[in-house]
Design a protein. Structure first.
Length: 307
């Protein structure tokens, strides 16, 4: 079975990626699973300076998902360079995508400029869609001018591929995707969490100090899949699809809908081995991944999948 896929010039040994924020920095989970069997790992978002994240409570399970208001907690650029890059040198097969965030464009660019020297980093993912911080990220992702400026400046600092993670929380995600493509991004990553909230009926106040949180998990899968179909018809960029993917059927749906690879997020909290389980299950299918990518739009050549 050929599970290889390509994201632009990046070749993955399979289309399964650990989503940012759900897998630490990759090597922390090496005693539980062999991460070298994955396609790629996207690190937790790195910012110029350390962040403590939002005040507690920051996590809440829902009937079919998870609300989180973490707030980009991370050790900052200096600690990332000192403590995280070196262990990755020992991890050979899986690709390393570094998620980057910041309060403003200059902070994104400084992080990229300082990390560009490391050959182990295969791509940078611009997080312009996290809903749990007050500056940067979603504030940039909601402004077409800032999106274009960020991508243009990022491309000037590195020859590594630039992945842009966009938000579902705007009225026209297609326009955001087109702006991203026009500005020179190499890969789209979609979608980040949907905005949600929780009211504490005892205190009659917001459960989260940040008031809003990001909803992920199985509940958002049909919504995320629909947005992927919309965007895949309109842009030529390779797409990393995500949003509530929980089993092999979900993976195949996203690939058929136009994703070249998929990210698994919330399910990593429930079962860290879900990625390997999906990879093993896909190996049982008599398919070539590249034969089904985007086949929704070329139905006459579809190959029936037997599950």
């Amino acid at each position: 079975m050929d599970l290889k896929t390509k994201l632009g010039n990046i070749e993955l040994q399979n289309p399964l990626i650990a989503a940012s924020g759900t897998f630490g920095y990759g090597f922390e989970i090496k005693d539980i699973i062999n991460i070298e069997e994955l396609g790629a790992v996207t690190t937790k978002t790195i910012t110029l300076h350390p962040r403590l994240g939002n005040p507690l409570p920051r996590i809440l399970e829902t009937p079919a998902g998870l609300l989180n208001s973490i707030g980009l907690q991370n050790p900052g650029l200096k600690a990332f360079k000192k403590n995280i890059i070196l262990p990755w040198e020992k991890i050979k097969n899986v690709k390393m995508f570094v998620s980057v965030g910041g309060n403003d464009i200059s902070e994104y660019i400084q992080v990229i400029a300082e990390l560009d020297q490391y050959s182990r980093i295969d791509a940078f993912e611009l997080n312009i869609s996290c809903p749990n911080v007050k500056k940067g990220c979603l504030a940039i992702g909601s402004n077409p001018i800032l999106i274009e400026q960020l991508i243009t400046q990022a491309k000037s600092q590195t020859k590594k591929p630039i992945i842009v993670k966009i938000s579902p929380n705007f009225s026209n995600i297609i326009e955001t995707a087109k702006i991203t493509e026009t500005a020179g991004a190499d890969i789209l990553s979609m979608v980040n969490t949907f905005l949600g909230t929780k009211i504490d009926i005892k205190t009659k106040d917001f459960y989260f100090k940040n008031k809003v949180a990001g909803l992920s998990g199985p509940a958002i899968k049909p919504l995320a899949l629909k947005l992927l179909v919309d965007v895949a018809e309109q842009v030529k960029l390779p797409i990393i699809g995500m949003g509530g993917i929980s089993n092999t059927e979900d993976v195949l749906e996203f690939l058929i809908a136009g994703a070249s690879a998929v990210s698994i997020g919330t399910m990593n909290f429930r079962n860290p081995k879900i990625l390997l389980a999906l990879a093993n299950e896909m190996k049982k299918q008599d398919i070539n991944v590249n034969e089904i990518i985007g086949s929704l739009f070329n139905r006459k050549k579809n190959k029936t999948l037997i599950l």
